[in-house]
Ligand binder design. Structure first.
Ligand SMILES: Cc1cc2nc3c(=O)[nH]c(=O)nc-3n(C[C@H](O)[C@H](O)[C@H](O)COP(=O)(O)OP(=O)(O)OC[C@H]3O[C@@H](n4cnc5c(N)ncnc54)[C@H](O)[C@@H]3O)c2cc1C
Length: 377
């Protein structure tokens, strides 16, 4: 019997690690990932200001897994009903049970020029490209426009503003976030939004909410009111869409995380409706916490199929999206929601560092965890 996990990010790595503990030794665990690398994506923005951390945010999946077969291929089409995957090189993989954890892709919403002119922060090498694009602005002065004030947008803006301060260049570097919602980051608790807005403002970042980008060309961004804003660097952080391999949308899964008879989904690749009927946010910590539910449900189905497959299926475990808090960094500063408290300054930076290091230590990346703490000191 073969269980295939597609994607080795927070969700996929977690699923594979849990399956290694729970599945009988003769069940094959096969993890397909296009990069073969576990990218610590929620910290990628740090590498814009501190390029030396980039290496510790990219860890070969083989170093983090035991008996799992790590298969470096790109899935282009996933038939979740048939249990069949087609890869970019034309090869195929058949599986009995599976988990779709291939994350999301940047969404451009058909905005003319956004994809052509916008730098995105999605893959490991993107932070270096954004830094490189920022260097002339740092040297000669100018404006960076960040399209989208979600977690990625505010954290990228924060790194760029702090980098400008560190180079005594904040006088002639302007960082502007354009966000169509009324507050940044959209969807967060109001008190958290206020604290983030304050941190962005004190970092010298110009936040323009209620501003919809309608077009982007080589040196200016068009906004809905028919006005334009000139830029020297444009970063697009406007949102995510589902992966191409599952039809470019995020298929909705119920609290059991079941996508089809044989496939489960977790993380950004799917939209999870939890036990309380709430849509779980596409975040690292939700992906991490969905992984054991997927692994447990796969283990129950494996056991069922290997014993008496004609009997009723076992009850499946369900995911509940408990709000465990948030941490957002704004360059060298941070904001954290811990229980009912909103922390800012060194306390929030401490929480963000501990959470990041805790995750790395948990997945067995101990030297990377130490590096993460050292970088934050
Ligand atoms: C700059 C930035 C800052 C962020 N900050 C935060 C934060 O502060 N807090 C927070 O909780 N979240 C944050 N997020 C969001 C968080 O990183 C995502 O929600 C999280 O990565 C989702 O995990 P995942 O496992 O679903 O997908 P990913 O982590 O994206 O992993 C997907 C995996 O699938 C592989 N893959 C993709 N497509 C294919 C394919 N076709 N074939 C094979 N393999 C494929 C990839 O190589 C990757 O390993 C941030 C994201 C970014 C970009």
């Amino acid at each position: 019997m073969r269980v295939a996990v597609f994607g080795g990010g927070y969700a996929g790595l977690g699923v594979a690690r849990h399956l290694e503990q729970s599945l009988p030794a003769d069940v094959e665990i096969h993890l397909v990932d296009e990069s073969g690398i576990h990218v610590v994506r929620h910290l990628l923005h740090r590498a814009i200001r501190r390029p030396e951390v980039a290496q510790s945010l990219s860890i070969p999946l083989r170093e983090l897994l035991g008996r799992t077969i790590v298969d470096q291929r790109r899935v282009t089409d996933l038939d979740v009903e048939a249990g069949h995957a087609t890869m970019a090189d034309g090869s195929e993989l058949q599986f009995d049970l599976g988990a779709v954890c291939i994350g999301a892709e940047p969404a451009f919403y058909g905005i003319d020029g956004a994809e052509d002119h916008g730098a995105v922060l999605h893959r490991a090498g993107d932070a270096a490209r954004i830094r490189e694009g920022f260097m002339p602005v740092l040297d000669d002065g100018g404006r960076v426009v960040v399209g989208g004030g979600g977690l990625t947008g505010v954290q990228v803006a924060g790194e760029l503003a702090t980098l400008a301060t560190e180079h005594d260049a904040s006088e002639h570097v302007e960082i502007t976030i354009l966000e169509q919602a009324d507050a940044v980051p959209p969807g967060l608790d109001e008190r958290m939004q206020e604290a983030i807005d304050e941190a962005l403002t004190s970092a010298g970042i110009d936040v323009r909410t209620g501003t919809t980008i309608t077009s982007v060309d080589a040196d200016r961004v068009g906004v809905a009111e028919g006005k334009h804003l000139a830029y020297d660097q444009f970063v697009w952080a406007g949102g995510i869409r589902g992966p191409t391999a599952v039809g470019a949308h995020r298929p909705r899964v119920p609290a059991t995380l079941r996508l089809s008879e044989r496939v489960f989904g977790a993380g950004d690749a799917v939209e999870v409706i939890d036990e309380n009927g709430r849509s779980a946010p596409a975040m690292a910590h939700t992906a991490i916490r969905q992984a054991p539910v997927v692994a447990e449900n796969i283990a129950r189905l494996v056991e069922h199929r290997r014993s008496d497959a004609s009997s009723f299926e076992p009850r499946l475990d369900r995911y509940r999206d408990d709000d465990l808090g948030w941490t957002v960094s704004i360059g060298a500063d941070a904001v954290a929601a811990v229980g009912p408290s909103i922390l800012t300054g060194p306390a929030a930076v401490g929480v963000k560092t501990v959470v990041g290091a805790g995750y790395l230590a948990d997945i067995g990346a101990v030297s990377e965890a130490i590096e993460h703490v050292r970088e934050a000191l």
